[in-house]
Design a protein around this ligand. Structure first.
Ligand SMILES: [Zn+2]
Length: 128
């Protein structure tokens, strides 16, 4: 995923981060050409913890996938599928439902913290 995230454009002359529209460096007034403006539009938007928790509620693992923890997300989704199948047997619901509640609480907290990490990581790329 990191490969898709581009660095903010910097001045060719003095390495100051350019502000849009960014044709001329605000620090040293060096001309930048056309490329910086195009790169500027690649900012990664922040993700929402509420969305991660909601997705986790709808299907365990979905909140993790949203926070780009794909491996954990897939593992949780497989466990959730198993729990749903167990619940469909009727009597299995007695076992599946309490397990689901415990896993949901843990997965919701973890997906929210994964979103925080994701936001901190992407923000840090622009604030260096
Ligand atoms: Zn400059």
């Amino acid at each position: 995923m990191d490969a898709l995230v581009l660095q903010p454009p910097r001045c060719r002359a003095c390495d100051t981060i350019l502000q849009p529209p960014g044709q001329i460096c605000s620090a040293c007034h060096a001309e930048q050409g056309r490329a910086p403006q195009q790169i500027m539009q690649q900012f990664v938007p922040a993700k929402s913890k509420g969305t991660a928790v909601l997705l986790t509620f709808l299907w365990l693992g979905a909140g993790h996938m949203y926070a780009e923890k794909i491996g954990v997300g897939i593992a949780l989704a497989i466990i959730d599928t198993f729990l749903v199948l167990l619940g469909l047997t009727g009597i299995g619901l007695i076992i599946a439902f309490p397990i689901w509640i415990v896993l949901f609480i843990i997965a919701a907290l973890l997906s929210a913290s994964a979103v925080e990490q994701f936001n901190a990581k992407t923000a840090a790329m622009y604030l260096r």
